[in-house]
Design a protein around this ligand. Structure first.
Ligand SMILES: Nc1ncnc2c1ncn2[C@@H]1O[C@H](COP(=O)(O)OP(=O)(O)OP(=O)(O)O)[C@@H](O)[C@H]1O
Length: 529
């Protein structure tokens, strides 16, 4: 059933003497428009802060409900909330969702017709806009023309809030840096008294500090939610112990029935091959990566969102803004490049809070391949002191952090000779590392007991001990007889890997940048018996 877009007026009539940011009135809005019974964790604090005119920095896990922190304020008083968002697909999804609920939302992007844009601008200029939420890209926000429009709306007292979604994109320390986000620092100068709400799921303290400073947040309310996702079960499967990882994944997916899943791969070629393999095995699936044209990508996305396809085998191009709530399995078929990436990507499972699984396939070859790519990227950029260099160094340190911390914990249990064989790391430890990593920055200390059987190590310790034994000998044995060389004539060409590192080439004209790794790596395994 569609709801009246003006429901707040009727709510406010019954609440005549109560300020709009009182909890009761806001809960009514939440129930009326979104059908949710209560606010989650820090949502209400964020909403009340921005409604009272205060800046707010809001750190919530993936799927934590960040959107509500600006959607409810947009409904709580007349006027507009501007939402800066990094991807057109993300804006489009949100606007479609809002319209289905009868909420006046629009987005401005290069993909729209002039007619649609003109209509939006006319509404903004009308003095009494019907729009409640306007989504824009950072590129557009920073243009003088759009800024002066914003100033006009603001001078009429109609700009209630600027929300910066995925705010970590402003920081070159973050994993999704976009230079155009940097330009948002001028917002404060142009609109000194409009509250700014920065939202992110990236917890690294450097990034947080950078975000708050870059946006010139003034005395912000800083809200940080717990990063534990109790409905997610974490499991690792070890490629070195499997005869055929493709067949293994196929049987995992079949055993889970016709459930919705995302399978992340490092390379486009793996996506294509694996997707074809799974399809041949009777699984409803499709590949998605930046090598496909726009039409093919959006058709895969549509099929998956509308359940015509259940499994997407994708590079990280399939990322931000994917809002299917019933994803039951997120599988990393190759090792993720950082803790942050692992956390963010696996966090796309179980957004409806129902039990879901994160499955990581771990293999020594993958690890070496990733290390090689990271080191190549660093040496490629070692001549310059550009942002890209800084971010490539960061990539290496992120990845080493995963390995180091994991290795240290592992060696504490089994001794130093296992220092570099962290693939035998049980996921329970991996999970606790993820939590530990975030806990350094968030809550200072999260006990490992938080796991509560939400990983294979805690749930099936005997089985895991068996795998550990087998894997340790397999890995050690393999180290003696095989050596891996990764070669690519294109490795030194920065262009093709830009997708993988950062979303930073929107300057080339495309507002929507897709991030993934190209498939042009040649693996040569030389065996020495
Ligand atoms: N108070 C609430 N009660 C129940 N469900 C909620 C509540 N708030 C948000 N949700 C639901 O949680 C899901 C995730 O919300 P949302 O998309 O805002 O998350 P997010 O934090 O922006 O995630 P991401 O970082 O992945 O973009 C949505 O389906 C949303 O409807």
């Amino acid at each position: 059933m569609k709801k009246s877009p003006l429901a707040m007026q009727s709510t406010s009539q019954t609440q005549k003497n109560k300020p709009l940011h009182e909890k009761e009135a806001l809960v009514k809005l939440l129930r009326w428009h979104f059908g949710h019974a209560q606010f989650r964790d820090k949502q209400l604090d964020a909403i009340q802060a921005v409604l009272s005119g205060r800046d707010c920095f809001c750190l919530m896990p993936t799927g934590g409900g960040k959107s509500m922190c600006y959607q409810i304020p947009a409904l709580a008083k007349p006027g507009i909330v501007l939402v800066v968002s990094p991807l057109i697909a993300l804006m489009e999804n949100q606007v479609i969702g809002l319209k289905e609920k009868g909420i006046a939302g629009e987005f401005l992007s290069s993909t729209q017709t002039m007619q649609v844009k003109t209509k939006i601008y006319e509404d903004l200029d009308s003095g009494k806009p019907s729009l409640r939420l306007l989504y824009v890209t950072p590129e557009l926000t920073a243009t003088p023309g759009f800024m002066s429009k914003l100033k006009k709306i603001h001078s009429r007292g109609l700009l209630n809030l600027v929300a910066i979604d995925e705010a970590h994109c402003i920081s070159s320390w973050g994993h999704d840096f976009r230079p155009s986000y940097r330009k948002l620092s001028s917002l404060r100068n142009y609109l000194p008294d409009v509250p700014i709400l920065a939202l992110t799921a990236t917890a690294a303290p450097k990034v947080q500090k950078d975000v708050m400073e870059s946006l010139c947040l003034q005395n912000p309310l800083v809200l940080k939610s717990s990063f534990n996702r109790p409905n997610l079960f974490y499991e690792v499967r070890y490629k070195d112990l499997l005869d055929d990882a493709y067949a293994d994944l196929c049987s995992v997916l079949k055993a889970n029935g016709d459930t919705c899943a995302i399978v992340y791969c490092l390379e486009r070629t793996t996506c294509d091959e694996l997707s074809a393999y799974l399809s041949a095995g009777g699984i409803s699936c499709a590949a998605y990566h930046a090598g496909l044209n726009d039409k093919a990508r959006s058709s895969v996305l549509d099929d998956w969102i509308s359940s015509r396809k259940q499994v997407v085998v994708a590079t990280v191009a399939f990322g931000m803004g994917i809002d299917r709530k019933d994803v039951r399995l997120v599988c990393h078929f190759n090792i993720p490049k950082s803790m942050e990436a692992f956390y963010q990507e696996s966090g796309r499972a179980g957004r409806d809070q129902l039990p879901s699984k994160s499955l990581l396939y771990y293999g020594m070859d993958d690890r070496r391949r990733m290390e090689f790519i990271l080191s190549k990227n660093q040496s490629k950029n070692s001549q310059s002191f550009s942002t890209r260099e800084r971010s490539s160094k960061k990539s290496i340190s992120d990845f080493s952090q995963v390995l180091d911390v994991a290795g240290k914990r592992f060696s504490r249990v089994l001794g130093n000779r296992y220092w570099d064989v962290w693939p035998v790391l049980p996921i329970g430890w991996f999970l606790s590392l993820v939590l530990l990593y975030y806990s350094f920055h968030l809550l200072k200390q999260i006990p490992v007991s938080l796991c509560k059987n939400s990983c294979d190590a805690c749930k099936h310790p005997n089985l895991l001990a068996k795998y550990l034994g087998e894997l340790t000998s397999a890995v050690l044995q393999k180290n003696h007889f095989s050596q891996i060389f990764i070669s690519s004539q294109d490795m030194t060409d920065g262009g093709q890997y830009s997708e993988f590192w950062n979303r930073d080439d929107e300057a080339s004209g495309s507002e929507e940048d897709i991030s993934d790794c190209d498939g042009n790596i040649n693996l040569v395994i030389i065996s020495r018996c």
